[in-house]
Design a protein around this ligand. Structure first.
Ligand code: HPA
Length: 277
């Protein structure tokens, strides 16, 4: 997907919302999309309306961009995302994030459902992602580099912005929730990992496993945005969990945790949009 396609989608957003500049983007992961339903004065744009935008097919994922006013700023929400395991090219997987950043978003919060590997984590916990392991063999920046988006060789030392991690930790503390950080290992999926793969990931330093987020983190960093990411532990990873994994259990945990997740976003999003000019 070319730079022009990204610019055209961003221009469409501006035209449809009448908002010349969005401040931040939130991507809502599996089972977490409901948050977008209750934002006051929001403009909802189905993905299929946005030129070039990939439309998700997996059940349990929504499929719209929501533009909402918040604290005198403007928030974009992506409810639903496309994944590499569905066969989408990397350029489609990161199209939404690139469009939002082109439309002005300087900060991005990515959320996902993940399997917990770290024994300190339990289903229902929210974990601040501190770093990642890309175990997929894929990267959204392969191919010719477009210098208008960002540099050819991207440093990822601070891919997850320290200040935003602090802010997230403060929000969790204020809400009397446990504060955990963790390294997220991206597996391509769509199979859940084998127990041996989970042991490998643990040995390599992972605390969480999942099938998303890392491409968007890379693309957002490429364009110079600040990134925060949070995982909802929906299950213990394969081999750690005493029972087989199921998508139904994943969405059930997300459902059960919705009220907590909502409180965290209600507190964190005003901080996210309030970037320094
Ligand atoms: N593995 C990969 N992705 C996931 C998991 C998991 O255990 N749980 C939710 N998404």
């Amino acid at each position: 997907m070319s730079y022009h396609a990204i610019a055209a989608a961003a221009a469409f957003l501006t035209a449809r919302t009448g908002v010349s500049q969005h401040d931040a983007l939130v991507v809502l992961g599996s089972g977490l999309g409901e948050y977008a339903e209750q934002l006051p004065d929001a403009v909802r744009i189905p993905y299929e309306d946005v030129p070039g935008f990939p439309v998700p097919k997996v059940t349990g994922h929504g499929g719209s961009l929501i533009s909402a006013p918040i604290c005198d700023r403007r928030l974009l929400v992506m409810s639903g995302r496309v994944h590499a395991y569905e066969g989408w090219p990397m350029s489609d997987v990161v199209f939404g994030v690139r469009t939002a950043i082109k439309a002005g978003a300087r900060r991005v919060l990515l959320t996902n459902a993940a399997g917990g590997i770290n024994p300190a984590f339990s289903p229902g916990d929210l974990i601040i992602i501190s770093d990642h392991l890309n175990l997929s063999g894929m990267n959204p920046l392969t191919g010719p580099n477009d210098d208008r988006l960002g540099p050819r060789f991207l440093d990822l030392t601070n891919a997850y912005t320290a200040g935003l991690r602090w802010d997230l930790a403060a929000v969790l503390t204020d809400l009397d929730l446990p504060v955990h950080e963790g390294v997220y290992a991206w597996f391509l999926g769509p199979t859940y990992e084998t127990p041996a793969e989970v042991t490998m990931a643990r040995t390599m330093g992972a605390d969480l496993v999942g099938m998303s987020t890392v491409p968007e983190v890379i693309a957002a960093n490429h364009m110079g945005a600040e990134v925060a990411a949070i995982s909802l532990v929906t299950n213990l990873a394969a081999g750690i969990s005493p029972k087989p994994l199921s998508h139904t259990d994943v969405t059930a945990t997300a459902e059960r945790t919705r009220a907590t997740f909502t409180k965290v976003l209600d507190r964190f999003l005003p901080i996210l949009v309030a970037h320094d000019d």
